[in-house]
Design a protein around this ligand. Sequence first.
Ligand code: HEM
Length: 521
Amino acid sequence: MLTFAHLAVACALSLACAFAYYVLQRARHELAIRKIGGVRAPMLAGNPLTAVSWFYSTARAQMRNQLLEQYTSFFDLATPECPDCVEIHFRPRERYILTRDPEHIKAVLTTQFSDFGKGARFHDLWRPFLGDSIFTTDGQLWHDSRSLIRPMFVKDRVGDLATFEKGVSTLLDKLPPSGQTVNIMDLLYRMTLDVTTEFLLGASVDSLNNPQSEFAAAFNDVQRIQMMLTTVGPFEALIPRRRYNQGIQVIDRFMMPYIEQALALPQYELEKLSNSDKHFTFLHSIARHTRNRQVLRDQIIAVLLAGRDTTAATLSWALYELSRYPAKYARLRSEVIRTVGCTRAPAYADLKGMAYLKHTLNETLRLYPAVPYNLRSALEDTTLPALTPGRAPIAVVKGDIIIYSTLAMQRRRDLYPPETDAFEDPALFSPERWERWTPRPWQYVPFNGGPRICVGQNFAMTEMAYCLVRVLQKYERIEYRGDWSAQRHEAEVVGKPSQGVHIALYEESTKEVGNSAPFVI
Ligand code: HEM
């Protein structure tokens, strides 16, 4: 008969076995570190018990939109020898290395590119949403995706601005009369969804005209839950997935008819279309090279994810900052009017020729890089560079996760020159600083760098410039109508203003309404 004593012994034995397993695995990891010949980064937590409290406080900080403060506070516990990199050792073979150092980011993204990748865990976690696409794969699979996608991002394709004009003119139609408050972030998210689906599929979701779009709601849901699954790390199994799975089904139902249409075209039709600017889409471009429905679906969703929120969030931050500084808005507007007047649609060369416009976007991406936190998995035993001369490098064992934050790095005061009249406090929005300053290599990487640099960089800069020009042509002034002190940086996959961007835009010769005091985040 099974007695309490038997159960107690069984429990004790299981615990002892688990403990022995933990010790053994941990010893293997320590041995690997020693074999590599490097050192550990300063440790925030060295076992599951202490690590749990870090995961908990980080999840809480994320829910309160205080992730940057939390991430920055990690380095208060670093050491002078290794000031911008720390680590958390959770399960015996599960180690997270957190960094905000440009040399580390450079190593991970370029000089030691083949040592790091998205890794099997990221791939498995994101697979239901993004399949085996450019975003989730490494090695040959990634390389093939990149080759498939790149031709649609050459200058001649991006220089065709008709898709941007269609999206932006619908956005302008949706803006309320001069002087009335609008949450422009909401409209920008819908506009970039419409522009990106038009570019990818040749058919816009038309969410600006149809705010209740089932596809848009599903895409938002899936993205939100995906980010949650990623941030909770080892606890992802605890997150319910019903809405996530339903959302993916809605997305697939929307996409499949377009994919079938493209696949119904014979090869010679696709080749003929490829010579036309107007009707040739991203979907056609990849259908020329593969008839595999799953590949087409995965790549399209990946580019939609990459291209939609990033540009919408950056434009939202740009207008948020411009609403804080009326003189900068006026300066940008005078450049726009000087170049294209009040009504002419800008050409590609006009957009590239406006220096203050470029500085405005660069400055926005400096303070708010759209992908604020990112990660890579070590695919081999390797190292990260030492952060002080004469020190050993940081040993990285195959499977360790490197979390790097371009947001935290680009907010590091010590990476900037001292404040002068020409170079304002780096915490402030100042497009002017770009007139006489160029960031050092790897200290400004909103689009990442190396072989996996954002393939849509030129598309994004062109779309954002086009949108700003059209808005500034029409509106003489901008006024912030939100609560400055409530605004936070909300980090999902993409970092966006937590409160939206409530503003009023004024056409020429309308009267001003009162404003509240600016607040710097
Ligand atoms: C402000 C706008 C944008 C920013 C700041 C941005 C930033 C980034 C970053 C940081 C990555 C690297 C992600 C990683 O490797 O983990 C990336 C990759 C990528 N981006 Fe962008 N992006 C923007 C807009 C776009 C647009 C508009 C598109 C396409 C329409 C696009 C397509 C891609 C693709 C396909 C990748 C994957 C590249 C690869 O892994 O080889 N992005 N982007």
